[in-house]
Design a binder for this molecule. Sequence first.
Ligand code: VGL
Ligand code: ZN
Length: 212
Amino acid sequence: MKLAKSQTSPDSRNRSTVPQPDRKSVLLLVHLQNDFCPGGALAVVEGDQVIPVANACIRFFTREGFSIVATRDWHPENHCSFQAQGGPWHPHCVQGSWGSQFHPDLKMAPGTLIVSGATNARQEAYSGFDGTSLEERLEDLEVQTLFVIGLATDYCVKKTVLDACRLGFRVVVLEDGVRGINAQPKDSQKALEEMQAAGAMIANSTDLGIPR
Ligand code: VGL
Ligand code: ZN
């Protein structure tokens, strides 16, 4: 029997080209912390809108028994990233502060591995791999593919994804699950293009067949 063309929706066609999560995948949640959401010290416009996307992915990865890792920006209060020390940013994500806590609507799953970054006061660190055990932890889990959600697209998401590509991981950035600072209006778009040029795939959480 011949199938009518209309039986292949654009959505299902796209889905087949996006890697689907499996046992060797990890959901990587980058800096879903209060200070990067509206009301926070370094608020990203619509930063909180990625939380429901993250929650849908968390539910799916948890149900399937796949790994989840959450990075957090975790600065000592005298960090070189802050203006008082000559850095570019207002103080944010100071260890233990309200702003450093994960967004209250984030449904963090038990067993989520938390990786704290930028803990060395004298060193800026935007990538989750920089000065952390993230690479070793992913290797322990035999991870091949990273599905990435988080804040901010043009800083920590970008640097983390570029490192992951360089380290040989397959990387899928979920575009509906990231938002950027956009100090310059097109920074987030440029960041996505840079990540794609480095080998990352840009997809949508709806490409993963995750129920919403
Ligand atoms: C970030 C600026 C300063 C980020 C962290 O998470 O993208 N941006 N610290
Ligand atoms: Zn920071």
